[in-house]
Design a protein around this ligand. Structure first.
Ligand code: JD8
Length: 394
């Protein structure tokens, strides 16, 4: 991949020769060229900015130096390499891991790093006629220029280049991509096992990889719920599920979804003697006051829901339901993960029940770490499943 940078502060990009990019450059994976934009300003003061048309504070970067730079850098339809010109700007599309992955598939990126109040818009319009243009922001805060953003985007893209990361395995379970997409990282520890009175969580010293994996998944859920609840909607089958708290206003749709889902349960278990089938709107409205409800809507339609409440020190999970036409896409697991993640600290285990003959439900719960508890009392025709809650250090 070839990377070019147009900037009036070339030294700002010196870090490119350090750490990651440095190794890639030396291994030929990466070709990096930093250009001082003033090289394309030909007046005595090599001016690259001027006052804004329409007035206002500050200065705007002139179009001519960029136009000449693009030409000299061979950017254009006959420039050979599939080129993306990236303008880093606070008004750009949010930079994400998904966008990093997209950019990493390209052959060439040219970063136009602005300063002052920004770059004359005609530069972007012109660039759009000779290459793919992406206006990208690295976050909702204001920097003084585009160089820092160009560095951040470079690091996120270069580390995805094939053959670049020593152990590609570590890319697999990272936050925001691959298996770990949507969940924050779990806490990490190394030697010594005890430091200044702080002990490494015993589960990590157990050698029980199943328990360790479950603990780490639990930590990721807990951290994500605490720090980034917006991320707790996972993408499954390309569908973004956003889990939000249920309200009284959801009661009617909850009742409708409940009836639809428990008709399936009634058929699977060959009985109509299922409380959920006989509840009224008033019953559902009442339960909205007693349980913590969470729902998922797609295009305004309520398509999934789940509820939880504390029973002693057990988090009682119930009414997990997915619209029949959307089942099998992972929404059930998203709801199950969410309701576990939002359990209060007092909860030391999870409990739920489902139909004795509801094989698909039982399969999903077991995959999520729940275990059948035949010794526990269950409603008629149902089975109870429980799961211990693994909190750090316990
Ligand atoms: C490029 C000039 C400064 C911005 C007047 C302050 C990105 N996430 C981000 N925050 N800020 C930038 C960014 C800021 C830039 C330039 C990127 C070029 N400025 C301007 C508009 C208000 N000054 C950015 N990516």
């Amino acid at each position: 991949m070839r990377l070019d940078y147009l900037t009036i502060f070339p030294d700002y990009l010196a870090p490119l020769s350090l750490s990651l990019p440095g190794k890639a450059i030396r291994s030929g994976l990466l070709e990096v060229h930093v250009h001082d934009l003033r090289a394309w300003a030909h007046d005595r003061h090599r001016t690259v900015d001027d006052t804004p048309y329409g007035g206002g504070a500050g200065m705007v970067m002139k179009p001519e130096p960029f136009g000449e730079a693009f030409a000299d850098l061979g950017i254009g339809p006959d420039g050979g390499a599939r080129t993306t010109v990236v303008f880093t700007t606070p008004s750009g599309e949010p930079f994400t891991q998904q966008l990093a992955t997209e950019l990493a598939t390209g052959e060439r990126i040219v970063f136009a790093c602005g300063r002052y109040e920004g770059i004359d818009q005609r530069v972007l319009d012109h660039a759009g006629t000779i290459a793919e243009v992406r206006e990208i922001s690295i976050g909702d805060y204001v920097l003084n220029g585009g160089e820092v953003a160009a560095l951040a985007i470079t690091e996120a893209v270069v580390r995805l280049l094939p053959g670049f990361m020593g152990n590609a395995a570590s890319l697999v379970e990272e936050s925001h991509s691959g298996e770990g997409a949507g969940l924050l990282e779990y806490p990490v520890y190394t030697k010594p096992a005890s430091w200044q009175g702080y002990d490494v969580p015993a589960v990590l010293l157990s050698g029980d990889h199943g328990r360790i994996a479950a603990w780490r998944h639990e930590q990721r859920l807990r951290r994500t719920a605490e720090r980034r609840p917006d991320l707790l909607h996972a993408s499954a089958a390309g569908t973004e599920w956003k889990v939000v708290p249920g309200t009284r206003g959801d009661a009617a749709e909850l009742l409708t979804l409940q009836r639809a889902c428990w008709v399936q349960e009634a058929l699977a278990n060959d009985t109509l003697d299922i409380p959920a089938l006989h509840e009224s709107l008033a019953d559902v409205e009442q339960s909205l006051g007693k349980w913590d409800h969470y729902v998922v809507r797609v295009a305004g339609r309520l398509v999934g829901a789940v509820r939880g409440r504390l029973e002693g020190d057990a988090w009682d999970i119930g009414r997990l339901m997915v619209a029949p036409d959307l089942q099998g896409r992972g929404l059930g697991r998203v709801l199950l993960d969410h309701i576990q993640a939002v359990a209060p600290p007092a909860a030391t285990s999870y409990v739920l029940f489902t139909g004795r003959a509801s094989a698909a439900n039982q399969r999903m719960y077991k995959k999520a770490g729940f275990r059948l508890r035949p010794e526990l009392e269950a409603p008629p025709g149902a089975v109870v499943l429980t799961k211990p809650r693994r909190i750090s250090g316990r």
